[in-house]
Write a protein that binds this ligand. Structure first.
Ligand SMILES: [Zn+2]
Length: 105
């Protein structure tokens, strides 16, 4: 995802807070995840659901995994079903093409 400076029109990654060209403040994008919700190929443990959620929201994947494990233990398997649903619902990350990473959605 790209954002464009309102002053000079330079394109920057969506996570930029200031224009790298002219230094103008970029418009805040609180409703856009910092990364599209996709299950990555690299870094996944089971289905990549924890990793996808962590990356999309900027959370620490370790925290997500601890919550997931605790949820699995204390929910008598309901959490596991939720994980399977998320596994199916969250699309797999498209294989990055050379020179085309990060993928634009
Ligand atoms: Zn600018």
């Amino acid at each position: 995802m790209m954002v464009y400076c309102q002053r000079c029109g330079s394109g920057m990654p969506g996570v930029a807070h200031f224009c790298s060209n002219c230094g103008a403040a970029m418009p805040p994008t609180p409703f856009y995840p910092v990364h599209p919700l996709v299950r990555p190929h690299v870094g996944r443990v089971i289905g990549g659901v924890c990793m996808a959620l962590a990356r999309a929201h900027g959370w620490d994947v370790v925290v997500i995994r601890i919550i997931a494990v605790l949820g699995l233990i204390f929910s008598s398997g309901l959490f596991g079903i939720a994980y399977l649903i998320a596994w199916v619902a969250i699309p797999e990350e498209p294989l990055p093409l050379p020179g085309a990473y990060p993928p634009s959605v």
